[in-house]
Design a protein around this ligand. Sequence first.
Ligand code: CP3
Length: 348
Amino acid sequence: MPKNDTFLRACRREPVDYTPVWIMRQAGRYMKEYRAIRKKVDFLTMCKTPELVTEATLLPVEILGVDAAILFSDILIPVEAMGLEVRFTEKRGPVFSNPVRSESGLEGLSILNLPESVERMPFIKESIRLILEALDNRLPLIGFSGAPFTLATYMIEGETSKNFTWIKRIMYDNPAFLHKLLDKITTTIINYLEMQINAGVHAVQLFDTWAGSLDPVDYQEFALPYTERVIKGTKKTGCPIILFANGVSSILEFMGNSGADVAGLDWRIDIGDARKRVGNMVALQGNLDPCVLYARPPVIKKYAKNILDRYGSGPGHIFNLGHGILPDTPVEHAKALIEIVHEESGKR
Ligand code: CP3
């Protein structure tokens, strides 16, 4: 067990001395140290070089003083291992050269079992080993995966999408095709997470970033059952599972009932209301608007305090942003947030 186990205790809704805090995308372009690494190598090479992954993962631990480290990688890494070629471009973000829109494309995708997950992504296991060594039991390490629907969105759209034109067309016109794809992804992700847990991560987060783009009926057919299968398949390890979605308001009860230990909230919902709705089922993570970190520290303090107040007393809160930190955030503001959360929550 890491010396600072505040984050893990909060995941299990056990009492803590202060509210633990980490930041989604905490190692990123807003840090000059990160930009210095990226000057030398492209993003994918960085993700596949365990020494650089370790260096990036440790940056927010050393610079910000967060309560958990998160493996530096990307949700699209296992998608590449399933057989899709991905490039990360400066302007458009991730781009797939052959999006999956045909039966032959679907047939061509591999389902990764546990040994294949290790063999096709050897850098993941090695990175986790090096990070744990560097952390030296100071803090827990979070592993992660994209949730099935979110990964299917990228695989079908071929890039970050505004309207989800392709996946929704397929969802309405050929639901069997989407179900087959989701099934392949789900099996792969269960094995991918098990590989990370076997390598020693202390908790895992599932990013269901795009699930909030679905109407609730479609969410229950195309996102929830697959996410639940991943959670069930991962649960046997006893490792805490955080389920994050963007746009949780209409699906929060489903998230609370999904078997996850923690529901990760975006910033559009009042965390006090969220707690009333699901707080006896799961711990809650979140949920400061990432844009608040553009503001001066006294303003950051006001907003952070409001979230702590709205959550109220008792365990089960992990402080985080409602989505990933933005690339033009001043690093001192991120640092101030961590201090503010520790100080303000420690007084309670
Ligand atoms: O939280 C962490 O610090 C761990 C690392 C992490 C990254 N991406 C690093 C990254 C994690 C957990 C992710 C998850 C991820 N990746 C998601 C889900 C969470 C979310 O933000 O909704 C999604 C949708 C992706 C896909 C992705 N990767 C996009 C759309 C982009 C381009 C846009 C952008 O922000 O640059 C990436 C690239 C990416 N992933 C970067 C980082 C640090 C930037 C790469 C660079 O240019 O250096």
